[in-house]
Design a protein around this ligand. Structure first.
Ligand code: KG4
Ligand code: ZN
Length: 330
């Protein structure tokens, strides 16, 4: 079964066709990064307008060589995300499904990130699994018992981990988006030169990253570190990344062991961070899977995969499908 996925929850306009939830037939992502970079972050109204401009060319490219007659459904992200951005994708998906007589499936963006772990796999992930969802808006530890069955074990009490990467990048003058910039700078740094705190929140599966971000700000101010001081900036980036990775890895592995899961699945844009994925993989005695970087960050192939498993379960939506900017998982 071929599913068309549509994703417009934040600053990527994306469409993809995926067969049987696994095989990617097309996967097109139009990034707005260059447009938002000059503002240092995503400007919601600019994002919605850009989705309007990009969505039809992106869809046309994703459907090149394919016919709507071959499709079994249209799946679209309905939340969480920016309301104006979500509405563009939802309306386009509705129009396409109506025009071509296809089932319409609304998708939770966080669940879609988890389903990136099904893409391009010969063997599907083993369930139950512990999902560590780390993105620009979320840091969630989720127990996935089966398709569509999730329990939230813990989440961030303040900043999402991707948000912390982006804010620290701004403090260090590394630009936007911050995650890849901090990871690159950290490669040249010494993580022990400027020790930074770790928020363990013992006895809880929750996270906290705002104290760490503030510690970076104070360090930069106290030492008078300027943008040109590449060595100091690399050391801080490296120390910050190590602090984040240590906490994420230790808490994810502890939760996975406590719940006796068969696999740990990484998901979301921050899972593209090689320091994180290699640390979880090397320290865990439970098998770990992480999608390749381009499937960790926002894309529509993960939406189409998620749609396939919803279609199998008979969980379609009606023409009253709405968007839910604060949707959560579990
Ligand atoms: O999942 P995603 O593409 O969008 C949301 O759903 O939020 O995640 C975007 C976040 C941004 O905060 C970005 O800085 C972060 O993922 N990110 C990274 C890396 N690549 C993207 N963070 C750390 N290291 C990376 N390599
Ligand atoms: Zn995302």
């Amino acid at each position: 079964m071929k599913i068309l996925g549509v994703e417009t929850s934040c600053d990527e306009t994306a469409a993809a066709v995926v067969e049987d939830g696994v095989h990617i037939l097309s996967n097109v992502v139009a990034s707005q990064i260059d447009i938002h970079a000059r503002y240092g972050g995503v400007v919601p109204e600019v994002a919605s307008r850009q989705h309007l401009l990009s969505i039809l060319p992106v869809l046309r490219e994703a459907m090149a060589g394919l016919s709507f007659k071959e499709l079994s459904a249209v799946a679209v992200t309905v939340g969480p995300g920016l309301p104006g951005s979500l509405l563009v994708g939802a309306n386009v998906a509705k129009a396409l499904a109506l025009a071509h007589g296809l089932p319409l499936i609304g998708i939770n963006h966080l669940e879609a990130h988890v389903y990136a772990n099904w893409l391009e796999r010969k063997e599907p992930p083993l369930l139950p699994a512990l999902c560590l969802i780390v993105s620009g808006g979320h840091t969630d530890l989720i127990l996935m018992r089966g398709h569509g069955s999730y329990s939230l074990l813990g989440r961030t009490r303040d900043d999402a981990v991707g948000e912390a990467f982006d804010k620290v990048a701004r403090i260090l003058g590394l630009g936007y988006p911050g995650g890849p910039a901090v990871e690159k700078a950290a490669l040249e740094g010494d993580p022990s030169h400027f020790p930074l705190p770790r928020a363990w929140l013992k006895g809880s599966d929750d996270f906290s990253f705002s104290g760490l971000k503030t510690a970076v700000l104070h360090l930069v101010q106290e030492k008078g570190i300027e943008a040109g001081n590449k060595k100091a900036i690399a050391d801080i980036a490296s120390s910050f990344q190590q602090s984040v990775v240590e906490v994420l890895v230790a808490k994810a592995i502890a939760a996975a062991e406590r719940h006796g899961v068969k696999q740990i699945l990484l998901a979301g844009g921050v899972a593209a961070n090689q320091a994180l994925s290699s640390a979880v993989t090397s320290r865990s005695s439970i098998a770990v899977h992480c999608p390749r970087p381009a499937l960790c960050t926002d894309n529509a192939a993960m939406v189409a995969s998620s749609g396939y498993f919803r279609l199998l379960a008979g969980r379609m939506d009606g023409w009253d499908l709405d968007v839910f900017p604060n949707l959560s998982l579990g």
